[in-house]
Design a protein around this ligand. Sequence first.
Ligand code: ADP
Length: 156
Amino acid sequence: MKRIAVFPGSFDPITAGHVEIVRRALPLFDEVVVAIGNNAQKSYLFSLEQRMEWLRQVFACEPKVQVDYFENLTAHYCMRIGARFLIRGLRNASDFDYEKTISQLNHIVGQGVDTIFLISRPGYSHISSTIVREIIRGGGDASPFLPAEVVIPPSA
Ligand code: ADP
C-alpha cells in the first residue's frame, strides 16, 4: 500500500520553514500531498489561486510532491485521498501543546490517521507565515524567509 502523507496548512504564504519540513518528510513517504486547508469564512492575505500557484512552482521539480486544497476537516480529506499520515512541523512548546490535541482528535476522526512530527531545524524555528505577513504588510522585505519562487508583488 502506498504511503501517502498530507502536509496541511494555510500556506499564506509558503515559507522556507514549510519547504524544509517537506524536504525532510520526502524520504519517509511514497507521496507527500502539500494541501491548503481553505476556510471560506477566513480572510487570507493571498488568494487561494496565488497560494496554490506558489506551491506548484516550489515543488515543480519534486515528483513525489502533489499540491492540492480542501475545505472542511483535514482528517476527512486524508480519508478521501487514502492518506494514513499527516505531517506537522514543531517549532516550540506552544506548537507542541496545540498540535498534540489536534493529532489525538485527527486519529479518531480520521479513523487511525497518524500525525508525524518533524522538529524544525534551528535556522528555521523563528519563521512563521504570521511574521512573514506582518513584514509584508509593513512594507518590509520578507525574502530571507521565503523560497525563491515566492516573489511578493509590490501591491500586496
Ligand atoms: P496553520 O495555518 O495550520 O498554522 P501553517 O501554514 O502556518 O498552517 O503551517 C503549516 C505547518 O507548518 C504547521 O505544522 C506548522 O507548525 C509548520 N511550520 C510552519 N512554519 C514552520 C517552521 N518555520 N519550521 C517548522 N515547521 C513549520
